[in-house]
Design a protein. Structure first.
Length: 137
């Protein structure tokens, strides 16, 4: 989970290009079947309709926030005993859906971010914010 915090900070500090900030990951959402509370959050089979899981694309910033503010998080292993997925949802979204993020997508994101260096900075003053909007290549 700390990796997603680092990715978010790199984006906020413009230490990676806009390609990483704008990237979307292929993930899966599963709807909630019960109200998620502190006494039942760990009951994945009872609380979610896994048969209704659907593929989606979500921005890196959204998924980073899900991991940073996780109400629940689990790491799954595949049949080969290697890590296969992270299941996570933030405290804010806990009664909407849970997200399954495949490990290969996470590894790819971290590798891309670690090799990504902005070559150009473009700053435009935003009077509403009273600060500059920054974009990178």
């Amino acid at each position: 989970m700390i990796g997603f915090f680092i990715i978010r900070r790199l984006i906020e500090l413009h230490k990676v290009s806009s390609l990483i900030a704008d990237k979307k990951l292929d993930v899966f959402s599963t709807p909630v079947t019960k109200n998620i509370t502190k006494s039942n959050w760990h009951r994945l089979d009872e609380n979610y309709d896994w048969k209704a899981e659907k593929a989606e694309q979500k921005p890196v910033s959204y998924l980073s926030n899900q991991c940073i503010h996780a109400y629940l998080s689990f790491v799954f292993r595949g049949k080969d005993r290697n890590w296969s997925d992270i299941v996570v949802v933030s405290d804010y979204d806990r009664n909407k859906t849970v997200w399954r993020i495949p490990f290969p997508a996470i590894v790819e994101l971290f590798e891309e971010a670690s090799n990504d260096w902005p070559h150009t900075y473009h700053m435009t003053f935003n009077p509403k914010r009273g600060d500059y909007d920054v974009t990178t290549n």
